[in-house]
Design a protein around this ligand. Structure first.
Ligand code: NOJ
Ligand code: NOJ
Length: 512
């Protein structure tokens, strides 16, 4: 943060206390147009104050230190440099795949050739390291969770398999491959990246085959069939705690197979029908996760092991929706930010965490609630059985949700409100609104409010970022402290990549 920003910030906090609490909490400013005017001023102030540029530079800088770090095999993405309490000094398949997908966006958004060269090298190394990871003797097959920094699999006890990993990794490598093709790079055609041969001998195809065969069984008579959900063993969730069938995991799997089908068709290897058949199955089963009575998407169904005290309301749902949004054109239109079920889940999460965390009791106009993994969480960043906290990454994704929603509404030019999404929209519109189109006078103010809400989450987080832009995993729910011993793993790669995503989505709003 530069000095000017800091000064402005102090000023802002004062103004906020003096006037703007009225905006959300008081009863004085009830007229919609005054509210809108205040929101417009607030947006202008807050966006300049957030110093996106500055924070973006920091996030990129700190993230780059975790990629191919000194003492690790090139291509290794450290979850965090923290080696004890907690020890996150590993390459997690999930974290690495998500981070590398963002890293490619950073590359493409940067005009500096040396930055581009460095990132190109990082991603190429990540792919070569993936080949090494995949071809070892793995205790849980390709659902193996994490690797040592020398490239060997981690063999200690862990919640395995975690089958989101291979789907995320395949999506990340397919995105890179598309980009290589677009740039005319010969690497795109490298047979170790994608080749039709079976048994699979390329990074992408190995993961696709693994994912597809979790849902498909070949009988002794040689005929194959799709397995029903109760016939398939569960696996561990994104938070590594519950074994069952997870919305997060399945959404990534469905889109990995859809994208794989598109790729397969483009190279003429005839796997597309198989991949699409399995994807159809997953897509229809995803509906089992919608709980109409409770009004949110239930994270895990058919739980068969691991912790048993979760309500099923979980940020993982929102994260998966946002991360797979670029592939939505390959699906049937469900599970996007425009899906009322997704909106309902976002609202339920926000209101649950708002009540739960003391730090969310002192909000004011410029701060919206910080978000954790799920309300019943007891993991404090070092041990389970303690108290869960807000997470940087969960809060970043919630902010991104509002930016992506704004962008999608802008494109669509129309909003439909259903019984499921009623509570979500009641916060922004009169409660009898059923439909709104871009011609309506309420349309622009609505979009402004959505952006403002996203900004309010980032503003709140901004107060807990370290003086040099550092982000750990968590933020203490009472004190707001982060950093060593208070916020779990320091410099968590995923905290930075989720920040970069939110800021990128925010800048797309600007450009409209
Ligand atoms: C328990 C946490 O809840 C989980 O997310 C984490 O991965 C493991 N402990 C290991 O740190
Ligand atoms: C714990 C998180 O729950 C999990 O999602 C993540 O993969 C690891 N930490 C590593 O960051």
């Amino acid at each position: 943060m530069n000095l000017e920003v800091t000064k402005n910030w102090t000023f802002l906090v004062t103004v906020e206390r003096l006037i703007l609490d009225i905006f959300f909490n008081g009863g004085v400013l009830t007229n919609q147009s005054i509210k809108t005017a205040v929101a417009a001023v607030a947006i202008t102030m807050s966006s300049s104050l957030m110093a996106f540029e500055n924070q973006m530079e920091n996030a990129i800088k700190w993230l780059s230190q975790n990629i191919s770090a000194h003492g690790t095999v090139p291509g290794t993405v450290l979850a965090s440099p923290s080696r004890e309490s907690p020890n996150y000094y590993y390459h997690w398949v999930r974290d690495a795949g998500l981070v590398m997908s963002t890293w490619l966006d950073v590359r493409n958004g940067d005009v500096n050739q040396s930055v581009r060269d460095r990132i190109d090298q990082n991603i190429e190394d990540y792919w070569r390291l993936t080949l090494r990871h995949q071809t070892q003797n793995l205790p849980a097959g390709l659902g193996e969770v994490k690797f040592e920094v020398n490239g060997d699999v981690y063999r200690g006890p862990w919640g395995r398999p975690q089958n989101d990993g291979p789907a995320i990794r395949a999506l990340s490598l397919m995105k890179w491959r598309d980009n290589l093709l677009f740039r005319g790079s010969p690497l795109a055609e490298n047979p170790e990246l994608y080749a039709s041969s079976l048994p699979a001998n390329s990074a992408i195809k190995r993961d696709l085959e693994y994912v597809a065969h979790l849902f498909y069984k070949t009988e002794p008579n040689g005929k194959g069939r799709l397995l029903e959900i109760w016939e398939r063993p569960g696996d561990f969730d994104v938070w590594e705690e519950v074994r069952g069938h997870h919305f997060f995991t399945e959404l990534f799997q469905m889109y990995a197979l859809r994208k794989g089908a598109e790729l397969s068709e483009s190279v003429g290897d005839h796997a597309q029908d198989f991949y699409n058949m399995v994807a159809d199955k997953i897509e229809s089963e995803l509906n089992y996760h919608w709980d109409d009575n409770r009004g949110f998407i239930e994270s895990t169904i058919y739980r068969d092991d691991g912790i048993d005290y979760k309500s099923g309301l979980d940020s993982a749902v929102i994260i998966a929706v946002l991360e797979t949004q670029p592939y939505a054109y390959l699906g049937k239109g469900s599970w996007t930010v425009l899906d009322p079920r997704v909106q309902a889940t976002a609202e339920r999460l926000e209101s649950a965490f708002k009540k739960l965390y003391p730090i969310n009791q002192r909000l004011g106009a410029f701060r919206a609630a910080l978000i954790g993994r799920y309300p019943e969480d007891t993991y404090d960043g070092v041990r389970t059985g303690s108290r869960g906290n807000p997470w940087f990454l969960c809060s970043h994704y919630m902010a991104e949700f509002y930016y992506q929603l704004t962008n999608e509404l802008n494109t669509r030019g129309e909003l439909q409100i259903t019984a499921a999404s009623r509570q979500f929209w009641n916060r922004f519109l009169p409660s009898d609104t059923l439909k709104l189109s871009s011609q309506d006078p309420q349309w622009k103010p609505l979009l402004k409010q959505l952006v403002f809400h996203g900004d309010s989450i980032l503003n709140h987080l901004n107060q807990h970022v370290g003086p040099f832009g550092n982000m750990s995993e968590q933020i203490d729910r009472d004190t707001g402290n982060t950093g060593a011993n208070q916020g779990g793993a320091q410099d968590l790669s995923w905290s930075y990549s989720s920040y970069i995503r939110a800021a990128q989505a925010r800048s797309k709003v600007h450009n409209q």
